[in-house]
Design a binder for this molecule. Structure first.
Ligand code: PLP
Length: 507
């Protein structure tokens, strides 16, 4: 309903000419999902901001307005109360409601000018650190062939998890209340103790619980490490090919990224030492190089530690999926070999439990504990206490070890299924090489560009990341990264058949 405003309902004692203005924009509509009082509030506020209603104007009484708009007086009162609380209107006892004079006209005209200038195509001005990250993306991971980095979420013991979660919530009194308040920024002590015991036994990491800081995943640990250890312009050795999000994190923190190639023993330490002798940070994935899958040799590990000692550099050891070795025992960490307290060890529950949990840990030399905890306070303060407690119970009650054992055999079976399906369906187009560890393999392409192959696969709803997407300077043969962790042997076979059809279309 249009609302004709005639004197004396709204008039401006000073700004003549407003009287008689038809505020059809104030009309409200009972069919909309938005409550009527909210609609009226928004209409009046907009009329004020657009200067259709000016400071000092008197509005009609709530009763008259309600009659005119065909709504209840309470609805008008609710809208007016909110506008008065926010300072758009002023109520004067006995004389009615007025548009506030306190919003100066200049501010309103500035607002109008500013909004006129903003066009959807205008690029916002970003910091020097954020601007070069424009190509960084992260899509939601899906359980489909051959999405890398996603564990067997179909085999996760959800019932056990639900029971442990319910146990946490069924507590009462301080035991529960403490879990609902802010937690310790370093993490739940019980979990830090469990992690210290676990990495000591399974990964050869030497540490006390006090050195373990719980993070929201490995990526978060890197972010904190960069904040604490890196100054703008500092040299960072980074694997090429390597994990793009880690590179972006260190770059965004101001690091000068110095790419170091990978050979069959891992990062080429001699190359790095020759070209860039004074690194401040060295980032490596020694257990299972991402994405090539190389395990760093013992000699390289010792060389790296020596470089770090000489250059007074920190070694960031990303141990994202080390639990899953298919033929030998897990390779002990570099951290366990370090006698000079140079290693920052980064772990995650993303692969061994599930990525959406967003829990990981960073294990630092004693002298770095306080600076890391301070940085962790700034970077989100703490991780959810109840989830940390559930992970702790999951570990302490034996489910974690059982789950890892089960997953090892599932991944062996899934990798085997992929190798079989590759031989059967992809022969002559893709050669899939087995991998000793992890949840992905590389499929080497015969005379097909990997980006073209990846796009053709995506058109048929198959994820097959091109190896070249992980390379900066490295010139490697064309290959596809094929994750098999989250898909069943059956889905793997179907996926390989579809991939074969996609590739035969372009070969
Ligand atoms: C090499 C590597 N490092 C780190 C991460 C990130 O782990 P998180 O999920 O704990 O942040 C990933 C994830 O796939 C990875 O592949």
């Amino acid at each position: 309903m249009a609302w004709p405003i005639e004197p004396p309902w709204i008039y401006d004692s000073e700004v003549k000419g407003a009287a008689g203005y038809t505020l059809s924009a104030l009309d409200v509509d009972g069919r909309l999902a938005v409550p009527l009082h909210r609609q009226l509030y928004e209409r009046v506020r907009k009329a004020i901001l657009d200067r259709q209603l000016r400071g000092g104007m008197r509005l009609p009484s709530t009763r008259i307005l309600a009659d005119e708009l065909g709504i209840s007086r309470n609805t008008v009162l609710t809208a007016f109360d909110q506008l008065i609380a926010e300072g758009y209107l002023e109520g004067k006892v006995g004389s009615g409601t007025f548009v506030a004079r306190a919003i100066p006209d200049e501010l309103l005209s500035l607002r109008n000018r500013a909004s006129a200038r903003v066009s959807p195509s205008r690029q916002p001005r970003l910091s020097r650190r954020a601007a070069p990250l424009s190509s960084l993306t992260a899509t939601a991971g899906r359980q489909r062939a051959f999405e890398p980095g996603i564990p067997a979420v179909d085999l996760f013991p959800a019932r056990v998890w639900a029971r442990l979660l319910a146990k946490q919530w069924s507590r009462s009194g301080p035991a529960l209340y403490d879990s609902l308040a802010y937690g310790d920024p370093a993490g739940l002590m019980r979990l830090r103790e469990s992690v210290a015991r676990y990495v000591g036994a399974a990964r050869g990491v030497t540490c006390e619980a006090a050195q373990v800081i719980i993070t929201s995943g490995l990526q978060h640990g890197l972010e904190i490490a960069a904040r604490v250890l890196l100054d703008p312009g500092d040299s960072v050795w980074f694997e090429d090919p390597g994990y793009p999000a880690a590179r972006a994190t260190l770059f965004a923190a101001g690091g000068r990224i110095h790419l170091v190639p990978i050979d069959d023993q891992g990062i080429d330490v001699a190359y790095g030492a020759r070209r860039h002798p004074s690194p401040r940070l060295i980032y490596v994935t020694p257990s299972h190089q991402f994405p090539l899958g190389v395990t760093m040799s013992a000699a390289r590990r010792l060389e790296l530690l020596e470089v770090a000692r000489r250059a007074d550099a920190w070694l960031l050891e990303d141990d994202y999926d080390s639990e899953y070795r298919h033929s030998t025992h897990p390779i002990p960490s570099i951290q366990g070999l370090d006698t000079n307290e140079r290693v920052i060890y980064l772990g995650t529950f993303s692969k061994v439990l599930f990525p959406a949990l967003r829990l990981g840990y960073v294990i630092v030399p004693p002298a770095l504990v306080d600076p890391f905890v301070r940085a962790r306070i700034l970077a989100g303060r703490t991780s959810p206490t109840i989830d940390q407690a559930v992970v702790t119970d999951f570990i302490e009650e034996g489910f974690f070890d059982r789950h890892i054992r089960r997953m090892r055999s599932a991944y062996r079976e899934r990798q085997e299924a992929l190798l079989d399906a590759g031989r059967k369906f992809l022969d002559g187009m893709v050669t899939i090489r087995p991998s000793q560890a992890g949840m992905h393999v590389l499929g080497w392409l015969e005379n097909i560009n990997d980006k073209v192959a990846s796009r053709a696969a995506a058109d048929m709803n198959i994820e097959a990341a091109p190896l070249s997407a992980f390379c900066v300077e490295a010139q490697l043969k064309d290959a596809l990264l094929l994750g098999y962790g989250s898909v069943t042997p059956r889905q793997i076979r179907a996926g390989a058949e579809t991939l074969a059809r996609a590739l035969s279309g372009i070969a």
